[in-house]
Ligand binder design. Structure first.
Ligand SMILES: Nc1ncnc2c1ncn2[C@@H]1O[C@H](COP(=O)(O)OP(=O)(O)O)[C@@H](O)[C@H]1O
Ligand SMILES: [Mg+2]
Length: 184
């Protein structure tokens, strides 16, 4: 994958598959310290320590009876190339938190891609899941929580054009207000 937003989508899809009802996506641009951090936290089924080890390092075990994807190991490698890291904290029955961090200005750091569009896609495709999107640039922060929108529009399709454009605007306004200019 060439863009961080696609990796975010991939990790959030794992949270969706894990029966989460709330998923928080935090993107923290710390320009002062030149770090870019992404945290995806869910309240899904969680994983054992062995499972976490296995998805971080899928080549360690030779006997795998089930398919294990490569999205997380590839993202981990991409972070480590950029003086960063990827970590997973998980507890069975409670949920999972994936943290990935990069040196923000590193030449090999993937561009963000269209983050508002990715968030919009997750929000409208999963009407029963509460998404919280936190975007921060240094001391500025924008929080989008779809809880109220989803509560009020309980039986209306989120993909209806006027609703879709309303949600899109809610996500984009705060994002572009603080998104650093002339950068991806
Ligand atoms: N947030 C999560 N909660 C619970 N299990 C997870 C989570 N993320 C990943 N997993 C487990 O790790 C496995 C591997 O994930 P991944 O590498 O994305 O591959 P895939 O999604 O194709 O199975 C998943 O199938 C799932 O069992
Ligand atoms: Mg996956």
């Amino acid at each position: 994958m060439k863009e961080l937003s696609l990796h975010i989508l991939d990790i959030a899809e794992n949270s969706i598959s894990a029966s989460s009802t709330q998923i928080t996506i935090a993107v923290i641009e710390d320009i002062v310290n030149d770090r870019l951090r992404i945290c995806i936290t869910d309240n899904g089924i969680g994983m054992s320590a062995e499972m976490v080890q296995k998805i971080i390092d899928p080549f360690v075990t030779s006997r795998t009876t089930r398919k294990v994807g490569l999205g997380i190991p590839l993202l981990k490698a991409a972070a480590e190339i950029c003086e960063g890291f990827l970590s997973i904290e998980s507890q069975i029955g409670l949920g999972t938190k994936v943290t990935v961090e990069f040196k923000r200005s590193h030449i090999d750091r993937m561009p963000m891609g269209d983050l508002p569009e990715t968030i919009l896609q997750l929000v409208v495709s999963n009407p029963k899941i509460n998404f919280i999107f936190i975007y921060s640039v240094n001391e500025l922060e924008h929080v989008f929580d779809d809880h109220l929108i989803k509560q009020e529009l309980i039986d209306l399709p989120l993909t209806e054009p006027s609703i879709l454009s309303y949600i899109k605007q809610e996500i984009e306004t705060g994002y572009f207000e603080i998104h650093p200019e002339f950068e991806y």
